[in-house]
Design a protein around this ligand. Structure first.
Ligand code: NAD
Ligand code: DAU
Length: 345
């Protein structure tokens, strides 16, 4: 099969490209705009494989898409490309709408025109909004997105549904919980805390640190996507999760202890506006219907992740020395949203 992977230079996309090259015979065309989050260093070695091609392009650009679909005779699409960080969507929502909503709509139209046989939309559990202390998100939970990021993903997710209902276009939708692992951009909780701890910098925990996330090792997300791509039923939604809920503060303490650093580095900072309290996924459907299960425990996955960041220091140091410095200052510096005297106490 020849696949178009969008956003394959980002965190999950690059892990997915590696996963497919290792486990399948598929040919992969990776189309990525290389925004601040896209990094060709995430794919080092893949370009040695004759089954892999990289195209720099924007999912909002019809001509580039048309050319890619025609030239490479694409049979299936796995759509990761997106603006993915909630905090950035709070500061500037517009690009979340143009990329995540309009970009997905243009990609759907061009994929349909090209006769693509399977279109996998990588959506997120954030479309469901927030849970209280009890309960789990199922595929039939109502959509109630709370951040501009989540609203843009919910819109894209629903456009995919509409293309299935209206045109019979063979769309598959996955909604996964929080991923962690190698190549995650250090604006996200786990790599940010590892990098800060290694540099003995404060570890900024939002609010009371009791917000709960349901963590899944990125390679297990990849194996779930692979199962849905090959064996999922068009028009269906599949939740993906690791049954691994943890409060942020507990997780940060675990990381600090694992790295042998002082818990005094933990600093409570102003909360994220509209901060979802708890996510937790019911993954019964994908487990029973597609026989998928995570392959590692949280302890194993987190240990492997910390080791990866220890062994790839130059990868994240390079990122953190670039435009990231200005982002970090804007968010966590004096007067920043999550800084001392933050604007959202
Ligand atoms: P990421 O930010 O690391 O990567 C996004 C990639 O998309 C980057 O390589 C970027 O260059 C590319 N991109 C952005 N705009 C583009 C455009 N207009 N055209 C082409 N490429 C563009 O994101 P991630 O964490 O790897 O997430 C990938 C996908 O998975 C996203 O759709 C996200 O919503 C979804 N998701 C993420 C998680 C998670 O925990 N990270 C969980 C569930 C779902
Ligand atoms: O649930 C899936 C989603 O998980 C994906 O759709 C998103 O693309 C992905 O970014 C992630 O969203 P979160 O907002 O849950 O992830 P993030 O790593 O930004 O934050 C995780 C939790 O940690 C959240 O409760 C906010 C908190 N946090 C985050 C940062 C960056 C802190 O306390 N301090 C921080 O500095």
């Amino acid at each position: 099969m020849t696949l178009l992977v969008t956003g394959g230079a980002g965190f999950i996309g690059s892990n997915f490209v590696r996963y497919l090259l290792e486990t399948s015979e598929d040919r992969i065309v990776n189309l990525d705009l290389l925004t601040y989050a896209g990094n060709l260093a995430n794919l080092t070695g893949c370009d040695q494989d004759p089954r892999y091609r990289f195209v720099r392009g924007d999912i909002r650009d019809r001509e580039t898409l048309r050319r890619a679909f025609a030239e490479h005779e694409i049979e299936a699409v796995v759509h990761f490309a997106a603006e993915s960080h909630v905090d950035r969507s709070v500061e500037g929502p517009e690009v979340f709408v143009t990329t995540n909503v309009l970009g997905t709509e243009i990609l759907l139209e061009e994929a349909r025109a090209a006769g693509v046989e399977r279109f996998l939309m990588v959506s997120t559990d954030e479309v469901y909004g927030s849970l209280g202390d009890e309960g789990l998100f199922t595929e039939s939970s109502p959509l109630a997105p709370n951040s501009p990021y989540a609203a843009s993903k919910a819109s894209a997710d629903l456009l995919c549904r509409a293309f299935y209902k209206t045109y019979g276009f063979p769309v598959l939708i996955t909604r996964c919980s929080n991923n962690y692992g190698a190549y995650q951009f250090p604006e996200k909780l786990i790599p940010l805390m590892i990098a800060n701890a290694l540099e003995d910098k404060p570890l900024p925990v939002y609010g009371d640190g009791r917000n709960v996330r349901d963590w899944l090792y990125v390679r297990d997300h990849c194996s779930a996507l692979d199962a849905v791509l090959r064996r999922g039923r068009p028009g269906e939604v599949y939740n993906i999760g690791g049954c691994n809920e943890m409060a942020n503060l507990e997780l940060v303490r675990l990381l600090v202890d694992h790295l042998g650093k002082s818990r005094d580095l933990i600093t409570f900072v102003s909360d994220r506006p509209g901060h979802d309290r708890r996510y937790a996924i019911d993954a019964t459907k994908i487990m029973s219907e597609l026989d998928w299960a995570p392959s590692v425990t949280f302890e194993q996955g987190l240990g492997a992740t910390v080791d990866w960041y220890l062994q790839h220091r130059s990868w994240w140091e390079e990122i953190r020395s670039g435009e990231y410095t200005a982002y970090y200052e804007q968010m966590y510096g004096q007067g920043g949203r999550h800084g001392k005297d933050g604007v959202n106490p």
